[in-house]
Each structure stands twice: as structure tokens, then as C-alpha cells.
Design a protein. Structure first.
Length: 356
């Protein structure tokens, strides 16, 4: 905001042009002045009438001559140089009138400094006045930070329990901290989605290390079933009448799997149907254990079916008949196959820990 200059003129306004008037008016003015002098009539505040231009010019000339004569006399008596007059002689009426006309035409503009004796130039700093009117705010001293003992984290964590097992380090001592409990899992799927090409969970069985059944439930998928795949899954329409909803069953299953070593055959398909990821350090997939293939007389990199491995190594038939697979039977067979190479395979994992 810039500084604003206001030119305030407290002098008398310029006299209006007077006129002598007729004889009747002059006699009226004489009578009024007579009554005013006697006190019978209050004086009227009127600007004095202007004299004719000729008389004003004559008076101005006489005043100039007197000033010149007086200055000359002072210079002769004192012997000092005559001081310059503070104010320049008044300009002629012809030069003064145009200046008055200019200011009268544009009254809202700020005029320059006035040359009249009674004028006063006032400098107004609007920004300074505005700032001075604002309330003064005292600066508060900064608060000193108290150095206290660091807070120890509480032992109880408010975060919800994770569905995955605890993270394991990649060092060889990882298996020393793995829980001793071990379970085997097997799932059966049905077809959902376009043309039944999407595999959805319809049954899940979990057995213990000894082969005892810990969980075995029919599960109703969230989507409409297009193909029951009864020939392989053994699932029929009547099994879905009282089946457990997928969300409820998933929560129950993850509680059993969390923190345990999980054994399965092509177990990635089971985890995909559960929408779950188990740590690799806690996962044992019998379809990817080279020791089992070597015992069965097959190439180590080959992927053998659970049915063939069980026939060759356990001398037992599973998944027989047209009624479909039994997830409990498959889970028990998977655990027995793992026990055949458990000691050798765990020693191999200690030397070559899997990367999660």
C-alpha cells in the first residue's frame, strides 16, 4: 500500500466576483450596516464584496512600490544585503484563474502543494496506521522439551492376529524355532464362473501328524456353482444344502494352519482356493520333494500324482471308483508319504533354507 498525500486548504475561499448593484440595493445595504452598528440587527457573515478590478490592480501596485522602497531603505541603513522575500509577488489574475479552473474541473485528484498562505499539506501513511491499529501479540517463549526416559513398547499389541505364520529368518537355525505341530491338508473344488472354469473351494479336510481328522467340512462357494465335478471331487448338490459359507469356513481353517508346518500335494492349488499364502519355510509339498521321486524310481524333477506315489511307496490304492476323491483319504496319504523322507528332507532344508 503506497503513501497517500492529502492537500487540505484551511484558508479562506476565493472571493466571489462582486458587483455594485443598482441604487436601490446600495441604499438597502447602507441601512442594514447602520442597524448592525447600532446593535439593532445581528451582523450577517458575508464575504466582503470585491472591488472593481481597476481598484485591486492599483492597490497591488502601491503595495509593491512600498515594499521596494522599504527594502531599499533597510539596505542603506544596515549595510547588509536585502533579504529575499519569503513569498513571491502575487501573479496576475490572468495566470491565477486557469490554475483555479484546473482544480475545479477534477476535484477528486490529489493536487500539488498549494501556494496559498493558509494551506496545509498533510502526509497520511495509511499502511502505518493500519498496522498500529492491530493488536500486539507477544511472542511466547519456546517450550522446553523434557528429557525423560524413553517409553518402552507395551508387550500387548493391539493389532489383530495375522492369518499367516510368524516370519522366519533365513539362517540355518530357522527350523529350530518352527512349531513341532504338523498338519496335512487336502481340498476339493467345484466349477464356478463362465462355463465352470473357475475352481472354487467346496470341501476341506485337515489331519494331524498321526492322521487324526481335525477338520472336515463342505463349503458353499460365494458364486453360483456351474459344474460340481462329481467324478473327481465327489461333491453333489445335496452336499451344499447345509454347507458352511466360504467366509466362515476360511476363518476356521486359517486358525488351524497359522504357525504350523502344513503338508500337502500340489498345495499351491489348495492355498489358491483358500485365498491364502502360507510361509514357504512352513510348507512341505510332496509333489516337489526329489527324495520321494527317487524312492519311486522316477526322475527327481518329474511331478508325480498323489495316486501313483501312494501306490508305489505305500502299496495302497486311493481315488478309486467313480464316486470321486475323498479329501480325508488324500490328506492322510500325503502325511504318510512325507514321513518316509522326513528326516532326510528336514536336514536338506536346514542346509538350504527356503526363501519366503
Amino acid at each position: 500500500m503506497s503513501t497517500l498525500l492529502l492537500n487540505l486548504d484551511f484558508g479562506k475561499p476565493p472571493p466571489k466576483k462582486g458587483f455594485e448593484g443598482n441604487a436601490k440595493h446600495r441604499s438597502f445595504v447602507k441601512k442594514r450596516r447602520l442597524l448592525e452598528r447600532r446593535g439593532l440587527l445581528a451582523k450577517k457573515n458575508q464575504p466582503p464584496s470585491k472591488a472593481p478590478k481597476a481598484r485591486l490592480e492599483a492597490k497591488q501596485q502601491k503595495q509593491q512600490q512600498k515594499q521596494q522602497n522599504g527594502d531599499a531603505a533597510r539596505g542603506d541603513d544596515s549595510g547588509k544585503a536585502a533579504s529575499l522575500p519569503k513569498k513571491k509577488p502575487t501573479a496576475s489574475s490572468s495566470t491565477a484563474e486557469p490554475a483555479q479552473d484546473r482544480t475545479a474541473k477534477v476535484p477528486w485528484l490529489t493536487p500539488g502543494p498549494s501556494q496559498k498562505a493558509g494551506s496545509v499539506v498533510v502526509k497520511v501513511d495509511l499502511l502505518g496506521e493500519f498496522q498500529s491499529a492491530l493488536p500486539k501479540v507477544k511472542n511466547r517463549p519456546p517450550r522446553s522439551k523434557k528429557k525423560g526416559p524413553p517409553k518402552q513398547p507395551s508387550q500387548k499389541s493391539s493389532s489383530p492376529p495375522s492369518t499367516q505364520g510368524p516370519p522366519e529368518s533365513k539362517c540355518p537355525t530357522t527350523l529350530q524355532r518352527i512349531p513341532s505341530k504338523m498338519v496335512a491338508i487336502d481340498c476339493e473344488m467345484v466349477g464356478t464362473g463362465p462355463k465352470g472354469h473357475v475352481s472354487s473351494l467346496a470341501r476341506c479336510s485337515i489331519v494331524s501328524y498321526e492322521g487324526d481328522v481335525l477338520y472336515d467340512e463342505y463349503i458353499r462357494p460365494p458364486c453360483q456353482i456351474v459344474d460340481y465335478r462329481t467324478r473327481w471331487s465327489g461333491i453333489k448338490k445335496q452336499h451344499m444344502v447345509n454347507a458352511t459359507p466360504f467366509k466362515v469356513a476360511r476363518g476356521q481353517i486359517l486358525k488351524l494352519l497359522t504357525g504350523k508346518i502344513v503338508v500337502g500335494h500340489a498345495i499351491h492349488n489348495d492355498f489358491k482356493a483358500l485365498q491364502y499364502f502360507h510361509p514357504k519355510s512352513l510348507t512341505r509339498d510332496t509333489s516337489r520333494i526329489p527324495l520321494l521321486n527317487r524312492k519311486a524310481g522316477s526322475p527327481e524333477n518329474a511331478t508325480m500324482s498323489l495316486k501313483n506315489l501312494t501306490k508305489m511307496l505305500l502299496n495302497r490304492d486311493i481315488q478309486a471308483g467313480k464316486s470321486g476323491h475323498s479329501s480325508v483319504e488324500d490328506a492322510q496319504a500325503t502325511m504318510e508319504l512325507y514321513k518316509l523322507v522326513e528326516v532326510e528332507w528336514e536336514q536338506h532344508l536346514i542346509q538350504n533354507p527356503p526363501k519366503d
